[in-house]
Design a protein around this ligand. Structure first.
Ligand SMILES: Cc1cc2nc3c(=O)[nH]c(=O)nc-3n(C[C@H](O)[C@H](O)[C@H](O)COP(=O)(O)OP(=O)(O)OC[C@H]3O[C@@H](n4cnc5c(N)ncnc54)[C@H](O)[C@@H]3O)c2cc1C
Length: 391
């Protein structure tokens, strides 16, 4: 196993002296796209290979909430707050594109869940995170079309937001391309190529070899399959295992009349606007029992249930389910990112919460490729001992 200290990652370490270091990124989801954007510079030859199109995988179907809304692990909380800062800087550098939506997030809880939400607001506020309890009048000002029960505890997190995953990935890949990266879409990397124990690039589905001094696996949920071609493991939750937390369903609705300004988390429903006037709806507990063989009838039932919950939260909502998307979370078995060298010539970057984390990971990985190890990544190496938390 390669050491996670940047050794073997620099151009000198790969025997690529003097010329541009050849970096190959497999996968143009938000993680690969942010990497391509960050890593491309004149002294590097960056290529990104994507089987579908930028954002065509999980990133394009994600709920895509940018947050550090859990104070429970202080190290990961800080990592995520840094990630939110990195997103703000990145978006500002791109002229605040339409797909970056720093809209704020409104959450409410009822019954026994109120104490937990109140405690979360208190702990996050103490950490300096923007979090506040709001009343019904303030809710009406923030989300005029939304109705919470009279006895709800309502919280607002003004610094959170979301992105639209597919245009975000596209925008970042386009900027990388404009800066000199080669973009190969519509081709799958069928295997890693090896010379002795070193990964030397990939073979594509048309038989072409793409050589590289450093191959970065950013293939999301498909990473174990690619890494397996070199005999390497990646501990992701198996979407085919009974009761797996990885498969999920997301609904998008037909266009509505701008009924949500930001993200809304009500009991049993997460909702936000799509980029074309509809809503994205999801409810994690409705994913229980969903697997890759879920019947079309069950998918439709979940869609109807999500819509009915949305109508309870947004009285008078005039929309139907436009599309039900089946997706699979790239979920490490302990829930934390898997980031670092896995073999000579190979670096892995796979994570849940990849929407929130991608630009921050890209910034840190850029540093590591320059031979400067990032201590922030030390807890998240792929070779750490992992405990299965079931996701
Ligand atoms: C329903 C849902 C809700 C979520 N909510 C949030 C949230 O609110 N906030 C948050 O931060 N995160 C959230 N996530 C997680 C987040 O979406 C993912 O962590 C993130 O999108 C992963 O990005 P990625 O680039 O690693 O993977 P992907 O977007 O899947 O990109 C990987 C790409 O690699 C390509 N690929 C795979 N194998 C190959 C190959 N062999 N050759 C070539 N190309 C290949 C795929 O086509 C794909 O485009 C959610 C996920 C889901 C499913």
């Amino acid at each position: 196993m390669a050491r996670a200290d940047g050794a073997g990652l620099s151009a000198a370490g790969t025997g690529c002296q003097g010329g541009g270091m050849r970096i190959l990124i497999v996968g143009a989801g938000i993680v690969g796209a942010a990497l391509a954007d960050r890593l491309t510079r004149p002294d590097r030859d960056v290529t990104i290979v994507e089987e579908l199109w930028p954002g065509g995988g999980t990133s394009g179907t994600s709920y895509a909430w940018l947050n550090a809304n859990d104070p429970h692990d202080p190290v990961y909380y800080r990592f995520r707050t840094e990630a939110l800062r990195t997103w703000r800087d990145l978006a500002a550098g791109l002229g605040d594109p339409d797909w970056y939506r720093p809209t704020g997030n409104t959450v409410w809880a009822t019954g026994g869940a109120k104490a937990e939400l109140a405690d979360r607001v208190r702990r996050l506020t103490a950490l300096g995170y923007a979090a506040e309890q709001i009343d019904a009048e303030r809710l009406r000002a923030i989300e005029p079309h939304v109705q919470a029960p009279d006895d709800a505890f309502i919280a607002h997190f003004p610094d959170e937001g979301h992105i639209h995953g597919e245009p975000a990935a596209r925008g970042l890949v386009r900027r990388a391309h404009d800066a000199g990266a080669e973009v190969v879409t519509g081709h799958r990397a069928v295997r890693l190529t090896l010379d002795g124990g070193r990964v030397t690039g990939v073979r594509l589905d048309d038989g072409r070899d793409v050589p590289a001094d450093l191959t970065v696996c950013a293939a999301g949920r498909h990473s174990p399959a690619l890494l397996g071609t070199a005999g390497l493991d990646l501990p992701l939750v198996d979407p085919a295992a009974p009761g797996s937390a990885a498969p999920c369903l997301v609904a998008t609705t037909t266009a509505t009349d701008s009924v949500l300004n930001g993200l809304v988390h009500a009991p049993g429903l997460s909702a936000r606007a799509t980029g074309n006037g509809g809503l994205v709806l999801e409810a994690v507990e409705l994913d229980a029992g969903i697997d890759e063989s879920v019947s079309p009838e069950r998918v439709q039932e979940v869609g109807e249930e999500l819509l009915s919950r949305a109508r309870a939260v947004i009285p008078g909502l005039d929309a139907d389910v436009a599309e039900m998307r089946r997706c699979v979370r790239p979920l490490p078995i302990d829930g934390y990112p898997l980031i670092g060298p896995q073999a000579p010539g190979l670096y892995t970057a796979v994570t849940h919460s990849g929407i929130t984390l991608a630009p921050h990971l890209a910034r840190l990985i850029d540093r590591e490729i320059d031979g400067d190890p990032a201590p922030e990544l030390a807890p998240y190496r792929p070779d750490r001992p992992l405990t299965n938390t079931g996701g």
